[in-house]
Design a binder for this molecule. Structure first.
Ligand SMILES: [Zn+2]
Ligand SMILES: [Zn+2]
Length: 327
């Protein structure tokens, strides 16, 4: 009896090993074959990309865009939202390629993969790491579809490529006027309504600071803080933007721009309320990002309500035109 169970067990092991030996490489080989079949056409525009301080690579534009969309928007988003993101990424890329003077930060490349400077980009290895083997196959296909379906399409305003800025979530408040964030009037970057972010994204996030920590972060020495320290008067919102975000705020005796305080404190957005509790100052922040241009979670929400990518783009970038390049 014991012996028979033992053999049966051995049988399972042999079958399992056979599956591993034959199955896994088959999956890997199929994966590679599928990937080497170039999903987008080669040739045409090339992008010189600084991927690391040491490395510059040259990629066909549409191939580059797959890595940008993969890095800039969750692949789980609706197909139409991914298409809208692709058009924004293509527009930004071509706008940068049109520049004549080399970039000071990376003179040998037109763009870099740093989202804080140009736009984020990841390679296939990084996508695999983030999504796993199976996730890679389906997400890569989904993003490639978005890139192919919008091939050569860009956004223009008065015949010029626009600067299609975007942010993660407006928190349901609607988008912000570029003027209120960068003190620059941009006709197609005006505040528009957006109630399409998921309920979860519309929930406030709480951040607490001690008075001391807060003052240190905004560069106020303790001596500069008036006797009001420790009371709710220490942080006082002065002015709101048209959309209802913080335009200026008083900390101690100094007035800061909302965008500057957001940066100093590392807040998610300028859509915050402040309360004091004992020695603590509590910030309740909604949304994520500067709130200008396309709201990514809003775009996904619009897509799930049946909006097409061109409608999504027209909603967030008012007055722009969807065109094909070369124009
Ligand atoms: Zn850059
Ligand atoms: Zn939104």
């Amino acid at each position: 009896m014991l012996k028979r169970t033992g053999y049966r067990w051995l049988g399972f092991v042999v079958i399992a090993m056979a599956l591993v030996v034959i199955g896994v490489p088959a999956l890997l080989v199929r994966g590679c074959t599928w990937e080497s079949r170039e999903p987008v056409q080669k040739g045409g525009l090339q992008v010189k990309l600084q991927v690391s301080p040491e490395q510059v690579v040259s990629l066909p534009l549409e191939q580059y865009l797959i890595g940008v969309v993969a890095a800039e928007m969750p692949a789980s988003f609706e197909q139409e939202a991914l298409k809208a993101q692709t058009v924004a990424a293509r527009t930004y890329t071509l706008m940068r390629l049109e520049r004549e003077s080399p970039d000071e930060k990376h003179p040998n490349a037109q763009l870099c993969a740093d989202p804080g400077h140009c736009q984020a980009w990841i390679n296939n290895a990084e996508m695999r790491k983030r999504w796993g083997v199976l996730g890679f196959r389906s997400n890569y296909k989904k993003i490639t579809t978005a890139v192919e379906a919008t091939k050569s399409q860009v956004l223009t305003f008065n015949g010029e490529l626009i600067d299609p800025v975007y942010h993660s979530s407006c928190g349901g408040r609607g988008t912000e006027d570029a003027q209120d964030v960068w003190s620059q009037e941009v006709p197609y970057l005006k505040g528009v309504p957006c109630t399409f972010d998921t309920p979860q994204k519309q929930e406030p996030v709480i951040t607490r600071f001690t008075n001391e920590d807060l003052f240190a972060r905004v560069g106020i020495a303790d001596t500069a803080v008036p006797a009001a320290a420790g009371t709710s008067g220490v942080v006082e919102i002065q002015k709101l933007t048209e959309s209802g975000r913080v335009k200026s705020v008083k900390v101690g005796s100094r007035v800061y721009r909302g965008v500057d305080l957001r940066k100093s404190l590392g807040l998610r957005s300028t859509d915050f309320k402040v309360t004091a509790q004992g020695e603590e100052i509590i910030f309740s922040t909604r949304g994520y990002g500067h709130a200008v241009g396309m709201c990514q979670y809003g775009a996904d929400g619009l897509a799930s309500r049946g909006a097409q990518y061109n409608q999504i783009l027209a909603h967030y970038y008012r007055g722009t035109k969807l065109e094909k390049v070369p124009r």
